[in-house]
Design a binder for this molecule. Structure first.
Ligand SMILES: Nc1ncnc2c1ncn2[C@@H]1O[C@H](COP(=O)(O)OP(=O)(O)OP(=O)(O)O)[C@@H](O)[C@H]1O
Length: 560
């Protein structure tokens, strides 16, 4: 990813400030604790100045001042710990909220999302993780870097106006020094972040396709490519560290100069004759306290940069949230649905022309409509529209006469059960993989669904039965068995509309024939729409809609 463009940067800023506004209460706590900690440091320095002056033969401070300084030191530690906790809490809450939203968005987009799996994983995991520092460290550090030094400079000015002026002047120079080195830090940290994204995305992608890499003997070249990406990350990380070191150095130079100025101003303290030794010691003791919030600010600066890069990638995903929430909810799932397409058109990418054009048909309860036609004819697109993953550009889709676009996309999905070309089984038991379709289903309902889809035919022979673990991607089950689990999900869902996309595509004729029997039972009494190339499947169902180039071919509509 390159540096965000101005429009992207504005969207990133908007996302970060909206998230900060939503978590106002949590974000304010570390700032308040930080301010309390600074006030505590001021009081402690005041007592310490009096104790040190007494040691040097000025004043008469004693045990009471020592006790107060010790108590304030303990309070300072407690406030520091509480601030750390509050910061971690603010960061975790912001991340959790964003992760929930991003995940919900990806689920809502479903197959309509063109991002590869590696990038989606990076969005939900790495990019959101990169925002932690912004909310946990950068925001409190930025506010405290403005308020803390000001408070300290005012306190110092009340004791010795010239020392206060020196601190004010140093405070004004810090942003200049940081801006000079920080511009480099911003770019370097953004590039480091991009290199990290590229490495993790590539790694995930290659892990998913590991069998192919081994099969084609590409291990060596893949390992080299991963090594090159890791090397790039190392170079970029070293560059960030170098610029961060320079940025920190400019701050240290200013801090040393201030200490030198104040030592010069109050130099006659040790040789005696200082008009107000307590005030002088107080001014000197406050120098580290003055620079502490600025140091925290400098350290957190690169967090802001990483967060802006991550937010620029996240913002476009989250911007579609309103569309997911728009639309009506269903009062209840109707027992049966009539699906009507009236002159429906759909274009994914204007440069490639429409995927569906002027498509009209009607599917009735108890009837299975087979969508046939060559690859790219638009069969899967019809199913995607019915599941609410895409909206039509023109025409009308209706369920029982009600406009589908008036319903929230997630509500459309409640109307249907879907079985695709290749079932995805999660790393869990067969039972839980079936229950995914309806988590509140009873044990008896899961068993009935497993029987109806003939899952029990093979699970009864396994040592763990339905409690047998299956791996990610269905490891341990054959393609036909995995499709049976998918079919059991559809039975359990018990929705009035059944959508099937090449459910027997990868099966041998014997397994296909076995599955067809379950399919017929699944479709019985429901409205079923089946996209398929399979002649065996077509032969089972009489109503076939031939499609070509996104259009229906009425001349070849069979079974009407
Ligand atoms: N997400 C997408 N973005 C852009 N174009 C797409 C997208 N999905 C599908 N298309 C295009 O839309 C057209 C219809 O695709 P669709 O998947 O509906 O065809 P299909 O008939 O189901 O094909 P197959 O039988 O190979 O699954 C194709 O030209 C395809 O390239």
């Amino acid at each position: 990813m390159s540096q965000p463009l101005p429009a992207e940067a504005a969207r990133a800023r908007a996302l970060l400030s909206a998230t900060a506004r939503q978590g106002r209460g949590r974000m304010a706590r570390p700032v308040l604790l930080g301010l309390a900690s600074i006030a505590c440091g001021l009081a402690q320095a005041w007592f310490m100045a009096h104790l040190l002056a007494t040691l040097l033969g000025h004043g008469d401070s004693g045990w009471a001042e020592m006790g107060a300084a010790a108590a304030l030191a303990l309070l300072g530690i407690a406030l520091g710990v509480a601030q750390e906790h509050a910061q971690a809490d603010a960061g975790a809450a912001a991340r959790a909220g964003l992760r929930r939203r991003a995940f919900a968005r990806l689920l809502a987009l479903g197959p309509a999302d063109p991002r590869p799996a590696g990038e989606r994983a990076a969005l939900v995991v790495d990019r959101i993780e990169a925002l932690d520092g912004y909310f946990a460290r950068w925001l409190p550090a930025a506010i405290l870097a403005a308020a803390g030094p000001l408070l300290i400079a005012l306190a110092v000015a009340s004791e010795d106006p010239l020392s206060g002026v020196i601190l004010f002047a140093a405070g004004a120079m810090v942003p200049v020094g940081m801006a000079l080195t920080g511009i480099g830090a911003a770019l370097a940290s953004r590039r480091q972040f991009d290199a990290l994204q590229a490495l993790s995305g590539r790694f995930l992608d290659r892990m998913r396709g590991l069998p192919q890499i081994v099969l084609f003997g590409r291990q060596e070249s893949e390992a080299q490519a991963l090594g090159a990406a890791a090397d790039e990350l190392r170079t970029r990380t070293m560059r960030v560290l170098r610029v961060a070191f320079l940025s920190g150095l400019s701050l240290e130079v200013i801090a040393a100069a201030v200490l030198g100025c104040l030592a010069w101003r109050h130099g006659h303290l040790l040789v005696g004759g200082h008009p107000d030794p307590q005030a002088a010691l107080f001014c000197l003791l406050m120098v580290p306290g003055f620079f502490a919030p600025l140091r925290a600010f400098s350290a957190a600066y690169h967090e802001r940069m990483s967060a802006h890069g991550a937010a620029a990638a996240l913002a476009p995903l989250l911007e579609g949230e309103e569309a997911d929430e728009a639309g009506l909810l269903l009062a209840e799932i109707p027992p049966s649905v009539v699906v009507t397409f009236e002159h429906v058109s759909l274009t994914y990418d204007p440069s490639r022309g429409p995927a569906l054009r002027d498509l009209s048909f009607r599917a009735l309860p108890g009837e299975a409509l087979v969508l046939a036609g060559p690859s790219g004819a638009g069969k899967s697109s019809v199913l995607r529209l019915l599941m609410g993953f895409n909206r039509p550009d023109g025409g009308r889709i209706a369920f029982n006469g009600r406009d589908a676009t008036s319903l929230r996309p997630s509500e459309l999905r409640r109307l249907s059960a879907y079985v695709g070309q290749k079932a995805h089984l999660f790393r869990d038991t067969i039972r839980n993989n079936i229950a995914l379709a309806r988590p509140d289903a009873t044990e008896a309902e899961i068993l009935a669904a497993a029987r109806a889809a003939h899952v029990t035919d093979f699970s009864d022979k396994l040592p763990g039965g339905l409690d047998t673990m299956v791996g990610e991607g269905g490891y341990g089950l054959s393609g036909g068995q995995a499709q049976r689990v998918a079919m059991a999900r559809a039975f359990l869902r018990n929705a009035p509309l059944v959508l099937l996309d090449e459910p027997t595509a990868h099966l041998d004729p014997g397994t296909e024939a076995e599955l067809l029997e379950s399919l017929r039972r699944l479709c019985a009494g429901r409205t079923a729409i089946i996209a398929t190339h399979s002649s065996a499947l077509r032969a089972r169902f009489t109503r076939v809609l031939e499609m070509a180039d996104g259009r229906a071919n009425p001349a070849r509509m069979a079974g009407e």
